[in-house]
Design a protein around this ligand. Structure first.
Ligand SMILES: Nc1ncnc2c1ncn2[C@@H]1O[C@H](COP(=O)(O)OP(=O)(O)OP(=O)(O)O)[C@@H](O)[C@H]1O
Ligand SMILES: [Mg+2]
Length: 490
């Protein structure tokens, strides 16, 4: 069974109290009696020596002193002459007898010994009263004997009292012991329990709890060390977590980059595969003279040139994209009127619109909207968006360019009638090589890089951009920040 510190402390104090009480009791009961008698003997012997010293042959001269000593020792003194006459006390009457007197059990040998100068010490029982009497018998002079007697009954009574008294002392001591235990337990175990609580929290990696140091003792120091350890651990684990997070991010980034690289290579090879195969096939056809009519030959040559053109566009777009995505491409910014640029492009496209029978319209809030941007790159944006609109124009054949002013921005949008872009793909069309309808893109020679280039150019201009499916068609839009201009020569 696991005993708590509380129980151990309690049992220890209880045991200690019991041992101390037991020892005190044992020594009192066992040795107090003999110790008392020894002390009493010494006392009586020293008084007898004192009497011998003051006795100068005449007992009468020391009556007072003898009486004083009798009172002091709570006993009596007898001086007997060798003829049997009692010299002290003077009022002695044998018929009344004083304690012990007449009952001194001195043998003849003892008497001889006494008379030869020795002191005899005896304890004997009073024959009448059942009390023990301590007697010291010593020669006072060559013909007189001094007897000093004292009862030892008082000590026996004292021991009995102590025995009873000890039961009370034991009970009181035990109660005090128990109270002390509770106080001690609280003082000692409470901080330990608090320390333990903090340590357990730390084990669960919770470093928010601290030990409240209230004392400067060993436990207080331990608490301080624990707090320090907690802080250090918390800091180190935080650092580790940060490093770990960064490492995971780096790995993830590396993985993404690797995936992008692989996808890129596979996309580029895929885009090149078809034109190369076509060029190869048609060139072989020409070489092997499988056709003789000039018309077919022209057709063969056109296919080869067309496919070569597609490859050249792909390479150009790829170069553009890698430049724009490099992170250190700088725009060639200038201040110009965006309305003029849009007009110029639409003019350039007018023969195509006519040829394709497209209903073009332009709506402008104002003719003069100045922006600070890269004119060539923004033209590339507009051309890409108009080309896309032409490639997806649908049966209605409507193309609408709008330039609106909204607070400090010009919003340019290009709408074309046609089918919607599926909502679940609409966010992906900005990715490189992403095409909603691959076979259709192949027909108009699309590689899926156009919007990716648009996105990068607009990002470099810090412009917002987007696409939405609107009524009967699709609308692409982007913003350009307007600048106030004083010089109108742009
Ligand atoms: N106006 C539009 N209407 C419908 N779908 C469009 C429109 N513009 C773009 N898309 C879709 O988004 C895809 C990506 O366009 P993006 O311009 O990047 O590539 P592309 O036009 O196919 O090829 P590229 O522009 O490189 O010649 C297109 O393949 C097409 O599926
Ligand atoms: Mg395009």
């Amino acid at each position: 069974m696991r005993r708590s510190l509380k129980t151990k402390l309690f049992l220890s104090i209880l045991l200690l109290t019991s041992i101390i009480l037991g020892l005190v009791w044992f020594f009192n009961v066992k040795y107090l009696d003999s110790y008392y008698i020894e002390r009493k003997k010494d006392n009586l012997v020293s008084y007898s020596n004192h009497i011998k010293n003051i006795y100068k042959g005449d007992t009468r001269k020391i009556y007072d002193e003898l009486e004083r000593i009798e009172n002091l020792i709570g006993g009596n003194i007898t001086i007997v002459a060798s003829n049997g006459e009692i010299e002290y006390p003077i009022s002695y009457r044998p018929q009344y007898g004083r304690m012990g007197r007449g009952f001194i059990p001195i043998s003849k040998e003892d008497l001889k010994e006494i008379l030869s100068g020795s002191t005899v010490i005896k304890i004997f029982k009073h024959p009448k009263f059942d009390i023990r009497i301590l007697s010291v018998v010593t020669p006072l002079s060559s013909d007189k004997i001094l007897i000093i007697q004292s009862s030892v009954a008082s000590i026996e009574e004292g021991i009995d009292i102590i025995k009873d008294y000890y039961i009370y002392i034991a009970i009181i001591s035990l109660i005090i012991g128990i109270i002390l235990t509770f106080i001690l337990t609280k003082i000692i175990t409470e901080p330990i329990l608090r320390l333990n609580k903090v340590a357990r929290k730390m084990a669960n990696l919770d470093f928010s709890h601290k030990y409240n140091v209230v004392s400067r003792d060993e436990i207080g120091q331990l608490g301080e060390s624990l707090n320090y350890l907690s802080e250090k651990l918390s800091f180190t684990i935080d650092e580790l977590n940060k490093a770990n997070k960064k490492l995971r991010e780096d790995i993830e980034k590396e993985r993404r980059l690797d995936k992008m690289r692989k996808e890129f290579i596979s996309n580029v090879s895929h885009e090149l595969k078809t034109p190369i195969a076509l060029i190869k096939g048609y060139a072989e056809g020409l070489k092997d003279n499988v056709i003789d009519d000039i018309e077919s030959k022209n057709f063969y040559c056109e296919v080869i040139m067309d496919e070569a053109e597609k490859m050249s566009k792909l390479v150009k777009d790829l170069l553009d994209l890698s430049q724009l995505e490099s992170g250190h491409y700088s725009l060639n910014k200038e201040k110009f009127n965006i309305c003029n640029l849009v007009d110029k492009i639409l003019n350039k496209y007018s023969p195509i619109f006519k040829e394709k029978n497209i209903n073009v319209s332009i709506k402008k809030d104002d003719d003069k909207m100045y922006v600070n941007g890269d004119r060539v790159r923004l033209e590339q944006v507009l051309v890409n968006l108009i080309n896309n609109a032409l490639n997806h124009i649908g049966a209605e054949r409507v193309l609408e360019v709008t330039i609106r002013r909204l607070s400090n921005n010009a919003i340019i949008s290009i709408y074309n009638s046609g089918s919607f872009i599926p909502e679940d793909e609409i966010d992906r069309i900005w990715e490189s090589f992403y095409k909603v309808d691959k076979s259709r893109a192949r027909k108009y020679g699309g590689t899926g890089l156009g919007l990716s280039i648009v996105k990068n150019i607009l990002k470099l201009h810090n412009s917002n951009y987007g696409v939405r499916n609107v009524k009967n068609g699709v609308e692409f839009w982007f913003e350009l920040e307007l600048i106030s201009i004083d010089n109108k020569n742009y």
